[in-house]
Design a protein around this ligand. Structure first.
Ligand code: QAP
Ligand code: CO
Length: 171
C-alpha cells in the first residue's frame, strides 16, 4: 500500500473525465487500498481516483471518526429522490484550507459496484448524499468550487497558486 500525492486546484488534470472500470480485479483493489490509505492519512472523508491522477470511476468514503466504515463505489450512478435543496459547507482535499456552502439535492438513490464487483443499490441522504455527489463530480472533472461564485473561485485559485509557487521555491 502507498500514500499517493493529491492533485490540487487549479491543476488541469482534475478536469479529466474518468473512464468506467471494466473489470474489478486485484489491480483495482490495490488502487482502492491506496485510496483509503491516502484518504485516512490526509485525513479526509471522501476521495475520488481523479484526485490521485488515476482516471477511473472509483471513489472511497468513510464518514466515521474511527475510520471503520469504509465505503467503495465503482462506476457510481445516482438519481435524485428529493430535489429539496440542502446546503452544506464543503471542503476538498484538492482545495486545501477552503470551505464554502454548496447546495445539492438532499436525497439520492445510488447504484455502483463494490470491491468484489457486486452490485450496490441504496438510498443516501444528508452528509452521505453530499459526499457521494461531491465525489462523483470529481469523476466528471468537476470541483465544489464550480458550484460557488466566480469571484470566490478566483480568490481561491489565486491563493492556492501562490501557495504552490512558495512550495516549489522551497522544494
Ligand atoms: C468531500 O472532503 C466532502 O480543506 C470530502 O484543509 C466535504 O474529505 C464531502 C479536508 C464536505 C461532503 C462534505 C479539506 C481536509 C478534507 C481541507 C474532505 C483540509 C483538510 C476534505
Ligand atoms: Co473533493
Amino acid at each position: 500500500m502507498a500514500i499517493r500525492d493529491i492533485l490540487e486546484f487549479p491543476d488541469p488534470r482534475l478536469r479529466t473525465v474518468a473512464k468506467p472500470v471494466e473489470v474489478v480485479d486485484d489491480q483495482i483493489r490495490a488502487l482502492i487500498d491506496d485510496m483509503f490509505e491516502t484518504m485516512y492519512d490526509a485525513p479526509g472523508i471522501g476521495l475520488a481516483a481523479t484526485q490521485i491522477d488515476v482516471h477511473l470511476r472509483v471513489l472511497t468514503i468513510d464518514l466515521s471518526d474511527e475510520h471503520n466504515e469504509p465505503l467503495v463505489l465503482i462506476n457510481p450512478e445516482f438519481e435524485v429522490l428529493d430535489e429539496e435543496p440542502h446546503k452544506y459547507q464543503e471542503g476538498c482535499l484538492s482545495v486545501p484550507g477552503f470551505f464554502e456552502d454548496v447546495v445539492r439535492p438532499q436525497k439520492i438513490r445510488v447504484q455502483a459496484l463494490d470491491r468484489n464487483g457486486d452490485t450496490l443499490d441504496f438510498i443516501a441522504d444528508d452528509l452521505l448524499a453530499v459526499c457521494i455527489q461531491h465525489e462523483i463530480d470529481h469523476l466528471n472533472g468537476k470541483l465544489f468550487v464550480d458550484h460557488i461564485s466566480a469571484l470566490k473561485r478566483n480568490r481561491i485559485r489565486t491563493k492556492l497558486e501562490k501557495k504552490h509557487r512558495l512550495e516549489a521555491a522551497h522544494a
